[in-house]
Design a protein around this ligand. Structure first.
Ligand SMILES: NC(=O)c1ccc[n+]([C@@H]2O[C@H](COP(=O)([O-])OP(=O)(O)OC[C@H]3O[C@@H](n4cnc5c(N)ncnc54)[C@H](O)[C@@H]3O)[C@@H](O)[C@H]2O)c1
Length: 424
């Protein structure tokens, strides 16, 4: 199998944010791709050339892949040459990696596994998953890992909102259970990957992916802690960060209302699970980031206590700007707190409208509804918004409205800027 050998069949298990773009990319590069998902609605939509998630450019790519006849979706695997596993790896309530999806996906491959096949794990996974979970399960077929079939980890570093660009352009780490596995996996991705492909062993690749997200989590915890300190001493953490980052070796992140998503809020726990005693800083960072929504809530309450009661509109439910992904989003504990306390609230998010929440239908309706406007997520629509905000009290979790005009009779509070001290 080489990059020029497109006469091979690829089976992608899991057609979500990672699997669907990957499957479509291989299909539009001439490969025969079978997309497998346990969700019937995902399979049905895909076969009509439609998608169930929002990602810029993805619907055009998927439509092209399906129309070319190279991408077909089904509910269970069929015999293929390469299998790519891109199923969820969430964390349990006890902060342990939930590997049940990877386990089930791997088991579903066993009846079809043949000599010469390669199985690639894309799901973010704890170190030694390829060696201790995938290989023993697949060897249940009677074939020998590393000799009859090959296994590699190829973690994804894709940023939602830029997935298609990064899928092609990012450098990629590929770690096989042996050198042949690494090389076979690399040859496959050469179909479209333009970034450098760095080969290593499977456990190093697994650990590298976890370390990347842990780096970001720890750095966000640092600035979230600095935001609290700056609130206390009434200086702007945003000014401090801007100025500190003029130092050639300082690169501070941005604080916010907490850390969400399927990766940064989850992956550090996989390291903690295997090395609890050694991972004190990583655990502390998780605690700081997990308690940040509570910190923001307490500040909103202080501001309401100061100015008196009024309706509140919350802007943004997703875990980051301009995506439709709400997994682990810190917006939910914040919004639920005020719902449960009986506040008169509305929520506005241009990307999602979950049931059970009092959603406003437009930005304008959302602004007009309440006296308190709480901006949690910096969707482009809010950040660029020039809206009539006369008489409003604006509470901003992330310097979201930094470039917006605010009426002179309007109060603005920003997290990390002495939040209980307004611009007034
Ligand atoms: N979303 C991201 O930004 C991102 C970035 C880097 C890495 N990752 C990692 O990639 C993996 C997948 O994440 P995602 O965001 O694509 O998840 P997702 O939830 O969007 O998609 C996963 C899909 O797998 C399907 N599935 C579950 N079990 C299955 C099985 N046995 N067979 C076939 N399909 C099955 C689900 O129905 C779902 O549609 C995770 O390990 C995640 O940590 C995600």
């Amino acid at each position: 199998m080489s990059s020029k050998d497109i006469n091979i069949k690829i089976c992608v298990l899991g057609l979500g944010y990672i699997g669907l773009p990957t499957a479509s990319m291989f299909a539009t590069h001439g490969y025969d791709v079978l997309g497998v998902d346990v969700r019937r609605d995902v399979v049905e939509k895909l076969n009509k050339g439609e998608i169930h998630i929002y990602e810029p450019g993805l619907s055009t790519l998927v439509e092209a892949a399906v129309k070319s006849g190279n991408l077909k979706a089904v509910s269970s695997p069929e015999p293929s040459d390469a299998y790519i596993i891109a199923v969820p790896t969430p964390v349990t309530k006890e902060h342990k990696a939930d590997m049940s999806y990877v386990e089930n996906a791997t088991k579903s491959i066993i009846p079809f596994l043949r000599k010469g096949n390669i199985v690639i794990l894309e799901s973010t996974s704890p170190p030694r998953t390829c060696l201790d979970l995938i290989c023993p399960l697949l060897e249940g077929s009677g074939l020998k890992a590393g000799e009859d079939f090959f296994v590699a980890h190829s973690p994804e570093r894709l940023m939602p909102g830029k997935i298609l660009k990064e899928l092609i352009g990012n450098d990629r780490i590929i770690g096989g259970i042996n050198a042949v596995s690494s090389e076979k996996a690399r040859d496959l991705y050469l179909a479209f990957a333009q970034g450098e492909i760095i080969l290593t062993d499977s456990t190093t690749a697994e650990m590298t992916k976890l370390v990347e997200n842990t780096f970001r989590d720890v750095n966000i915890a640092l600035v979230n802690e600095l935001a609290r300190i700056c609130d206390k001493i009434n200086v702007s953490v945003w000014d401090v960060i801007k100025m500190a980052n003029r130092h050639p070796r300082v690169h501070l992140h941005n604080p916010g209302p907490g850390v969400g998503g399927h990766c940064i809020a989850v992956d550090p726990w996989f390291i903690v699970e295997i090395a609890r005693e050694e991972s004190r800083l990583i655990q502390l960072a998780r605690e700081i980031n997990d308690s940040q929504p509570d910190y923001f809530i307490s500040n909103i309450e202080k501001i309401i206590e100061k100015h008196g009661p009024g309706a509140i509109t919350f802007f943004g439910l997703t875990y980051k700007p301009d995506v439709d992904d709400i997994r682990e989003s810190p917006s939910f504990p914040i919004v639920r707190h005020f719902m449960n306390k009986g506040y008169d609230i509305k929520i506005y998010d241009p990307y999602v409208s979950p049931s059970g929440f009092p959603m406003a239908l437009s930005f304008r309706e959302a602004v007009e509804y309440a006296r308190y406007l709480v901006f949690i997520v910096g969707h482009r629509e809010f950040a660029l918004g020039n809206f009539s905000n006369a008489g409003k009290i604006i509470i901003d979790a992330g310097n979201i409205l930094v470039n917006c005009k605010v009426s002179s009779d309007c109060l603005r509070y920003t997290l990390g800027s002495g939040i209980t001290h307004s611009n007034a």
